[in-house]
Design a binder for this molecule. Structure first.
Ligand code: ASP
Length: 581
């Protein structure tokens, strides 16, 4: 090998040892008769010393080495006179006897340092250089550890990792499919899987009662900050289980990852129904690192001639502790915030609960001091607090207040980095009504089982049916979700009917699954976790991109390999594709 040690491991204990190291020139400094070079590899940085007096020729050669040259050195480990306690190898340096240049390098387009001077787009183009930087390297190390620990844990519970195909037929999960033309079947297309959902269910029919896969999934969605067209799931399925078994098994996995990766022992994860999450936090992925939960005050505010409240389905608010002194400007900012189209509230009402006990609101015209005092009491508000109220249609108002709550949480600094608050959200509705297309959609996906006691409602009031579905949420981020599946052909058929599929459409798209249900399908259920997101949360990162080796940019492009790109006319012809006709 071209090295006896790595650049991250030499310490005082190695003093006097002859070693060989290989790596990249991070930087070099000439100080009088000495030249210092920081040599870097994946494991760390070791200082090399060249002494003009000891070997002038070698020292002159070393001075010619540019940044990112790849070299191999032979030398002796020595104690440093000027130790650097911040570096693991900071006690020692290498007195170099000779070195070889293994490869030269152009000057990199940005500095390979923790605080680099390279902009995002430039770093994406030279991702292989960006990956030499510590932060990215650490993120991929964490990702590797998460993957290994997941495999070890699940394998110890007899889960088998089984690969499912990437060239499949479309499975509807709410997003658009990426499609691949088939040369051998002119005019026909494969779809890339949005998830291995139907395959993992077929594996249950096949009798592999515990399956998992760390797997790429593809969704052609409009990109948002936290989305990538291809991403990775920890995809899991189990047979002969209830929802309770699944929650316990995967809470076990989550706790194992907290312990092995972050050295954190977690208590039992709380559980909250979807309805409760919406009523208290205005979100199906509540951030429970702080309180400030919702209080509904319909019965206290109606009938006082304030039209906005009188006409509202819901009047609801939060109590922001210690914020009564918010300035006019701050309150205007909050009003603008809730009125943005993304939030969609029509306005914001506030009640200041002055530190001196005084009460002042933006609706003093309609409400007496007694009325306001009753509202404050309902909120449990203390002198010095500020109550913020929204009104309107129930769900929309809850969601808007949920967004305002998170914004206030940020402004009030209510979260601490390194604090993790996981929970399960359960009892999701099975279906979601869409006003535009005037039909129901599956809230999770069409294979999710209704709660058995709600099955009769499928005929009478489908919107009220609850699902055996659950999400794992950490710090307000949905880390994963799953459900108990339908395993009965008739119920699956019925579900497709409720979703507006004709019998032919259902048979055409999902005949293979419904047929399989006729050959002894066991009861089963599962879950899938967004692996990139989970790594991002554990790594304290902002974007899932930072935890992927080769991510795409905001427009879904890989700017390094320049993809997507046009293909040759001959290729199009071979694929029977006609462009622009
Ligand atoms: N296939 C589902 C998804 O990707 C997860 C599951 O139900 O297991 O969201």
């Amino acid at each position: 090998m071209l090295r006896t040690h790595t650049c991250g491991e030499l310490k005082m204990a190695h003093q006097g040892l002859d070693v060989k190291l290989s790596g990249w020139v991070q930087r070099s400094r000439d100080m009088g008769g000495l030249t210092f070079i920081d040599l870097r590899d994946r494991y760390g940085i070791t200082q090399l010393v060249f002494n003009m007096e000891v070997n002038g020729t070698l020292c002159m050669e070393a001075r010619k080495l540019g940044r990112e040259f790849v070299i191999s050195v032979n030398g002796k480990v020595a104690e440093r006179s000027n130790k650097n306690p911040k570096m693991p190898t900071g006690d020692v340096e290498i007195l170099v006897d000779n070195f070889t240049v293994l490869n030269i390098s152009k000057t990199p387009p940005f500095t390979i340092e923790d605080n680099t001077d390279g902009g995002e787009e430039l770093r994406m183009k030279y991702r292989y250089l960006d990956l030499r930087r510590n932060a990215n390297k650490k993120n991929l190390e964490l990702r590797h550890k998460m993957a290994i620990e997941t495999r070890n844990y699940l394998s110890s519970l007899h889960f088998m990792e089984i690969e499912t195909p990437y060239l499949i037929k479309s499975t509807p999960e709410g997003a658009r499919d990426f499609v691949v033309p088939s040369r051998m079947n002119p005019g026909q297309f494969y779809a890339l899987p949005q998830s291995p959902q139907t395959f993992k269910q077929l594996l249950m029919v096949a009798g592999f009662d515990r399956y998992f896969q760390i797997v790429h999934c593809f969704r052609d969605e409009d990109l948002r900050a936290d989305r990538q067209p291809e991403f990775t799931q920890i995809d899991c399925e189990m047979a002969f289980v209830t929802q309770e078994d699944i929650l316990n098994t995967f809470e076990g996995l989550a706790k194992h990852l907290f312990m092995s990766v972050l050295k954190m022992k977690m208590d039992e994860f709380p559980r909250m129904s979807y309805a409760q999450a919406m009523d208290l936090y205005g979100s199906d992925k509540p951030d429970i690192r702080f309180g400030m939960t919702f209080t509904e005050i319909n019965e206290l505010v109606k009938g006082k001639n304030f039209k906005v409240f009188d006409e509202a389905e819901l009047v609801v608010g939060i109590n922001a502790a210690g914020c009564s002194e918010y300035s006019r400007k701050q309150l205007d900012e909050l009003t603008d915030f809730v009125k943005r189209p993304q939030v969609g509230a029509s306005g914001l009402v506030y009640i200041r609960h002055g530190a001196d006990g005084s009460v002042k609101s933006s609706v003093d015209k309609f409400y007496s001091q007694d009325d306001l005092a009753a509202i404050l009491e309902k909120f449990g508000s203390k002198p010095g607090d500020l109550v913020l109220l929204l009104a309107g249609k129930r769900e929309k108002t809850q969601t808007a207040l949920g967004t305002l709550r998170l914004e206030m949480g940020k402004r009030m600094n209510l979260t601490t980095p390194g604090d993790f608050k996981p929970l399960w959200v359960i009892d999701f509705p099975l279906l979601e009504w869409d006003d535009e297309t005037r039909r129901f959609y599956a809230k999770h996906h069409p294979f999710t089982s209704p709660a058995p006691e709600d099955i009769p409602l499928l005929d009478t009031d489908p919107g009220q049916v609850r699902a055996n579905a659950y999400d794992l949420v950490i710090n307000g981020v949905e880390i994963g979700g799953g459900s108990i599946r339908i395993h009965n052909k008739e119920l699956q058929k019925k579900m497709f009917t409720v979703l507006g599929f004709s019998d032919e459409e259902a048979a055409d798209q999902f005949g293979f699954l419904m047929n399989a249900f006729e050959y002894g399908a066991p009861p089963h259920g599962g879950v899938a976790f967004g692996f990139d997101r989970w790594c991002t949360i554990f790594g304290g990162g902002e974007s899932i991109r930072d935890f992927m080796a080769f991510p795409k940019n905001n427009s879904g492009r890989d700017v390094m390999i320049d993809s997507p790109s046009a293909i040759k006319f001959e290729q199009l012809k071979e694929l029977n594709l006609k462009i622009g006709l």
